[in-house]
Design a protein around this ligand. Structure first.
Ligand code: ADP
Ligand code: ASP
Ligand code: MG
Length: 499
């Protein structure tokens, strides 16, 4: 099983003024920013914490706004002006409504005017880019990133304005001025050293003045200032990048569930909250589909062992899940997760003339160049056939890369035509305590077979922390429930005592 890449953090910790040595970074997700009411709750949490220590806030766009922006740009690309206009009206109205509601108190009139102006000018900015795409008939990735950043800029402007109106000094900050990334539009990676310097220039002075920065999640900019985004769900990652660069004491991620659970509660009704998980467990869960965290969130925090809490903004008194380097991990599996938007690519040489190993090397090289992430890779048979699992949205790029790199072998019949199966899903069982627990894999496979679900491919890394299983898509949810039940994950204390 491939692991999320670690990001090297090169510079030593900068000397921080004492006032910043206890910094808390808090990230509020889309549902936690989804309406004026939710923003008021977030502001209540912020107000309580900023009294105790320096605080930096990272925000997502209001729920569903990024989807709306993306869909609008797709409509623009195909020339559908009336739906573009309709979506822009929806976007404007949703944020103006939040504005009216947030600043309904008469004394907040000045703040309401300022927030309304910000909303109107940001929506106009989005409209300008959408109009450009309408005219061009194409969606250049860098314009998409610039347009998508508007979602977070809108929510940051509203929350910062509201905090100010409530007497909490605050400033909306665009991450394009702070987080420096490479130029992989749509899935950019941070450059930690320049980001650390920008934090020192832009964020530290605000914190020293007792101002709460409200930084846009999800986005950044290249060293020459071109806006980028960090991949869908990337605000968690933004928060961890900033926490690492500012040597924060803790990162709290506010979402809409009680923490990291033994399974997605939308699939498994008796999923239970885990009180602690390790960075590695959380990263494996996220990487294998648990939407509660962006897969790259943990990497920047590992080196400095910055603890993360995943907490529910709908039930802020609950403790949530603590994510740390190590604790006395219980034996057995801890959680099961799944991914449905995947495709399995299978390749097989026609005969032994073509070395299977060389073929695999060429295939992997082609996919790496095309920036395609491989979720599972297995090869076992004498015939040197192998298969790899990729995300569906990478499938086209993956096939293009494989077919062009291996065009001669395919044309001359050394390689069988590449097969694609889109009717599959990935299930992953995760737990540090699975290491050296004999019989666990057998029980998981038996539980899946009992449901008459055919296992198509299996991958387990030598770290033994994750078993990845590819099954038919129509059996995926049943398989998740069967494994959850078999490993008694809904009753974590019982599972913990099983060896
Ligand atoms: P946010 O908008 O706060 O970033 P997300 O929607 O991205 O929130 O992530 C939270 C969702 O993740 C939950 O509503 C839940 O359905 C889903 N989820 C999937 N797997 C898990 C899991 N193992 N534990 C908790 N939540 C999970
Ligand atoms: N708004 C972005 C998205 O929906 C980033 C995030 O919410 O984390 O993907
Ligand atoms: Mg999220």
């Amino acid at each position: 099983m491939t692991r999320p890449a670690m990001i090297p953090i090169g510079l030593p910790a900068l000397e921080r003024p004492p006032a910043l040595q206890n910094l808390l970074v808090m990230k509020f997700g889309g549902t936690s920013m989804g309406s004026a009411e939710r923003m008021r709750v977030a502001a209540g949490i912020i107000s309580a914490e900023q009294k105790k220590r320096p605080l930096l806030v990272v925000v997502s766009a209001m729920s569903k706004v990024t989807d709306l922006l993306l869909e609008t740009l797709k409509r623009a690309e195909v020339g559908d002006r009336s739906s573009v206009d309709r979506s822009i009206r929806t976007l404007l109205e949703r944020h103006l409504e939040a504005c009216r509601d947030l600043f309904s108190n008469g004394s907040a009139r000045q703040h309401q005017i300022a927030a309304t102006e910000s909303v109107e000018s940001l929506v106009a900015e989005f409209q300008r880019i959408a109009n450009g795409i309408l005219m061009l008939g194409e969606r250049p990735p860098r314009s998409v990133d610039e347009a998508l950043a508007v979602g977070e800029r809108l929510s940051a402007a509203l929350l910062a304005g509201y905090l100010e109106s409530a007497g909490i000094p605050s400033r909306a900050v665009s991450a394009a001025d702070v987080i420096v990334t490479d130029a992989v539009f749509g899935n950019a990676s941070p450059q930690m050293d320049p980001t650390r310097l920008k934090c020192t220039e832009r964020i530290v002075p605000l914190l020293e003045d007792g101002i709460v920065p409200v930084v846009t999640g999800f986005n950044g900019a290249t060293p020459d200032g071109r806006p980028t985004t960090l991949g869908r769900g990337g605000s968690d990652f933004s928060a961890s990048i900033l926490a690492a660069c500012l040597d924060a004491r803790e990162l709290w991620i506010w979402t809409d569930v009680d923490g990291i659970m033994t399974a997605d509660p939308r699939l498994v009704s008796d999923a239970a909250v885990l009180d602690q998980v390790t960075y590695a467990e959380a990263a494996e869960l996220a990487y294998n589909g648990a939407k509660v965290l962006h897969p790259r969130t943990l990497a920047p925090l590992v080196e400095k062992q910055i603890p993360v809490w995943s907490k529910n903004s709908f039930a802020p008194h609950k403790p949530g899940t603590r994510i740390v380097g190590h604790f006395d991990e219980p034996k057995g599996a801890r959680a099961v997760t799944s991914m449905s938007n995947v495709a399995l690519i299978s390749m097989e040489p026609v005969n032994a003339v073509l070395s299977g190993t060389k073929l695999m090397a060429r295939a992997l090289d082609a996919l790496a160049l095309a920036n395609v992430e491989i979720l599972v890779f297995t090869s076992s048979s004498y015939r040197q056939s192998f298969c790899l699992l990729v995300r569906k949205h990478d499938l086209e790029a993956a096939l293009e890369a494989l077919e062009s790199n291996l065009s001669i072998e395919l044309a001359h019949g050394y390689l069988k035509p590449i097969e694609v199966d889109e009717n599959v899903g990935l299930l992953a069982v995760v737990g540090e305590g699975m290491r050296g627990t004999p019989g666990l894999a057998g029980r998981v496979f038996t539980a899946i077979s009992r449901e008459q679900i055919n296992i198509i491919a299996i991958a387990q890394g030598s770290s033994e922390i994750t078993i990845g299983i590819v099954v038919r898509l129509d059996g995926l949810e049943r398989a998740v429930r069967a494994v959850h039940e078999e490993c008694q994950l809904g009753k974590p204390h019982i599972a913990a005592t099983l060896s």
